[in-house]
Design a protein around this ligand. Structure first.
Ligand SMILES: Nc1ncnc2c1ncn2[C@@H]1O[C@H](COP(=O)(O)OP(=O)(O)OP(=O)(O)O)[C@@H](O)[C@H]1O
Ligand SMILES: [Mg+2]
Length: 489
């Protein structure tokens, strides 16, 4: 048994934390040191920026190494996380005392937290994962960790001790979902236990060190009301989309990477009646539908022998045998587009999907290309016809140059003219200038076109604001104290 394992048992009371300089707990009887623990993690990196910079990192590495050498990890198994955190804290305090380190209570706590995270979690990443203001974490090698806050990318103070340290954390991430990355499989898509989406690329694909991109799972997903409040979409447009979704108009959400597509899909789905059966299909389950009747499916990558892959296409086909009212595809990317269109055309109106495209027109072209990827023996005209009858509305989400996210276009697919799909724009956002801090200034407009799908909305007696389709500039921000649900139903 290790010196500090006995210390665990000896310490019945947790050590208090004061905000005073140098905190030293009561003396504890110590016995001989145990053999080093093989599975122990190595020294870890600075997670807390302090003026002391490198000295702080050295301190942590020193303490951490000692802790790993002396602690009996088996003793920690089965402890509740709070209890374990406290134990680690107590040991770190004890070691700091022995090493005669001059640390105040706050430093000690963050030191102990760092050591704890390294032992049980994702090391230096834990602070970023717990920071609610961070939406994306982008690691470019062990020394450069960027984060996105409020739409803007910034370099964070977090670093990994070295490349093996980062690789170890990466392997811990992918091992959680039974995957692994190495030279033969340097790419991996997976999820953290909290639902955050992760992409990993290591050598030989990644040239300058491992690359990790994490889209954090938002515990509190944005609602349509919040998007209105953030001026991402005008109130009346939000009401219209809510009504259209409720009236089972098929909606595609188009946009670039990180433009807010999934967020909008989540928000819109809240208008769907709880009586409907929804089936969601995603690569990494991100959608957070509130309805009671949701069946979620996720694709499966091939195993180590390259077998057992289940693609989106197979899942869309399978979904149709599961009696869905609507099928919701996290992102349509390839050959499954054909099956999705078929579903939308055969009684699953109101199905939804997102796709990567820069404009609604571009989204249609992308869809045509995706169907072609399926190697179906159908003419391009027939494909266009399928699309025109399946898709009702295309909503464009855009991340502007200053990081703001906005709904920049809402267009309706109206049918075919010859071999060309016809479309009309109902609302748009146009940039009109630049503010003093390079922020984008612009305005939302209603084009004045009355959509065809309005009949569908009116027949279902879903109320909409007066004069919605008159050509005019639309006020951004909240215009009512009532929620959209309270107003539109
Ligand atoms: N209008 C908005 N205002 C502020 N933040 C937003 C807005 N819309 C989305 N976000 C945030 O932006 C991030 C990216 O959003 P989201 O995941 O919806 O993008 P996406 O287009 O689906 O990305 P990807 O292409 O990677 O799937 C999330 O953290 C989300 O919370
Ligand atoms: Mg998405």
């Amino acid at each position: 048994m290790g010196r500090f394992s006995q210390a665990f048992e000896a310490q019945t009371k947790p050590a208090p934390v004061h905000d005073a300089p140098v905190f030293i707990p009561e003396e504890v009887e110590l016995t001989a040191a145990p053999p080093p623990v093989e599975t122990a993690p190595e020294p870890e990196a600075q997670t807390v920026p302090t003026a002391a910079g490198n000295a702080w990192l050295d301190t942590k590495i020193k303490l951490h190494t000692r802790l790993i050498d002396e602690i009996d990890l088996a003793q920690l198994d089965g402890l509740e996380s709070l209890e374990l955190r406290q134990q680690v804290h107590d040991i770190v305090v004890e070691m700091a005392r022995e090493e005669r380190m001059k640390l105040n209570a706050r430093d000690l706590k963050s030191l102990a937290d760092g050591v704890y995270d390294e032992m049980t979690g994702l090391g230096p990443l834990e602070v970023l994962l717990q920071d609610e203001t961070v939406s994306d974490i982008l690691i470019n090698g062990h020394e450069r960790v960027f984060v996105e806050r409020r739409g803007e990318l910034e370099l964070s103070a977090v670093k990994f001790a070295n490349e093996p340290h980062l690789l170890r954390i990466i392997n811990r991430i992918v091992a959680q979902v039974g995957r692994r990355v190495d030279e033969s499989q340097p790419l991996c898509d997976c999820r953290l236990l909290d639902g955050s989406r992760v992409n990993v690329a290591i050598a030989p694909i990644a040239v300058d060190g491992p690359l990790v991109s994490i889209r954090k799972f938002s515990k509190d997903p944005l609602t349509l009301d919040k998007l209105v409040e953030f001026k991402a979409i005008p109130d009346v447009v939000a009401q219209f989309l809510w009504a259209a979704c409720k009236a089972r108009v098929t909606i595609l959400i188009s946009g670039g990477t990180g433009s807010g597509k999934t967020t909008l899909l989540n928000a819109l789905s809240q208008s769907i009646s709880p009586k409907e059966r929804l089936i969601t299909i995603e690569d990494a389950a991100e959608l957070q539908l509130q309805q009671p009747h949701v069946a979620r499916m996720e694709t499966r990558p091939p195993n180590i022998e390259g077998r057992g892959e289940i693609k989106q296409r197979g899942l869309v086909k399978n979904a149709l045998r599961m009696r869905p009212d609507r099928v919701i595809l996290g992102e349509v990317r390839g050959e499954e587009a054909f099956d999705m269109l078929q579903a939308m055309n055969t009684g699953h109106e109101g199905s939804m999907a997102t796709l990567h495209a820069n404009t609604p027109r571009d989204a249609l072209t992308r869809l045509e290309q995706m169907v072609a990827m399926g190697d179906m023996k159908i003419t391009p005209e027939a494909v266009a016809g399928q699309i025109a009858s399946a898709v009702g509305i295309i909503v464009q989400a855009t991340r502007l140059s200053d990081g703001q996210r906005k709904i920049t276009s809402v267009a309706e697919v109206t049918g075919m003219e010859g071999a060309v799909i016809q479309m009309q724009e109902l609302f748009n956002y146009t940039r009109t200038g630049t503010g003093p801090n390079h922020e984008v200034i612009g305005e939302f407009r209603s084009t004045g076109i009355r959509p065809k799908c309005l009949d569908e909305i009116v027949t279902r007696a879903i109320p909409l604001p007066e004069g919605l389709f008159e050509p005019k500039v639309l006020e951004p921000g909240k215009t009512s104290d009532q929620t959209i649900k309270e107003r539109v139903g």
